[in-house]
Design a protein around this ligand. Sequence first.
Ligand code: SF4
Length: 364
Amino acid sequence: MYWLLRPDAARAFEDRGVKHALRRYVSVATNERQANFRIAQLVPVSFSGEESSEELWRLHAEKLREFGKLREELDSGERSFDELEKPEKSLLHLKRTLAWRMLESCEFCERRCRRNRRRGEIGFCGLAAEVRLSSEFLHMGEEACLVPSHTFFFIGCNFYCVYCQNWTISRQVEKGLPVTGEYLAELARKRRLGEGSRNINLVGGDPTPSLHVILDMLLSLDVNVPVVWNSNMYMSTEAMALLHGAVDVYLGDFKYGSDECARRLSKVPRYFEVVSRNFLLAREQGAELLIRHLVLPNHVECCTRRVLEWIAEHLGNRARVNIMGQFRPEFEAYRHAEISRRVSSEEMRRALEIARELGLWNLD
Ligand code: SF4
């Protein structure tokens, strides 16, 4: 039925670029391999919860090495998933323990507000400990290789994009439904087994402020499904470490080539340094990358060009890139003359030409 709505999605796994950049994702979506979180569930960890955070982070780094080795053995067929037993405590238990501790002085993202969200304090994202869901459904409008994509829209965001298309979610005009990890896992299970979702797609707003409950969800989840982290990529290095072994694909926005544009249009400092660092960390984790770049009117030279140059130099065609032309001036965009119109066909033509000149062919 889905394929009637999106015939391109039916053929997407055969696409040369998808195979090149997202090979492991395809093999997890088709159940030939196991999602990273399923492998992390099998890495045994012994801890009581009384240890210092430093000790737990040391243990986490050590267990990530075990995770990497086990993933290699499972992927190569040297070991079989079905023969392995789930330990009482796993790497995922350790991750969620660390995440809930971090919530007491929140540094999930590089804003590093250090608010005690467990005690009800709120940071820039506007969230305390409670995680709230705006909606969840099988999304048919994502990139073809993701469709049908079980998308969770979490309330709240650590950016303030003046042109946000989901501003009722990011700015919390909608209050959303408070959710637990167990509830989210049940939804994911139903959509995967009953309705054939290709993945879990975690978005918002942004999923980063909801990391603690997302890890709770993965701890409870008992079906194989690839996890897609659909984000602005402004996570802290600690949050990146917690995502290592939990997510399979970073579906990351790379919005700006200029920190000045990022500060003015999204109220975010140190944009380029943080986001480019996180794409490199994602690659080091062995995760796969699908990068979205939304072309903004009047920002082709300052932003599009620099973003594409960086991708070409550091990631090449192993990252699949979606150069998007659907910008519409929404929310507060009308207050900024430069972005108070749609992107022109000439700007889109130029953006694609720059990509081609740089040797980027793996475009969605
Ligand atoms: S998620 Fe980011 S913006 Fe929100 S409280 Fe934590 S550090 Fe601040």
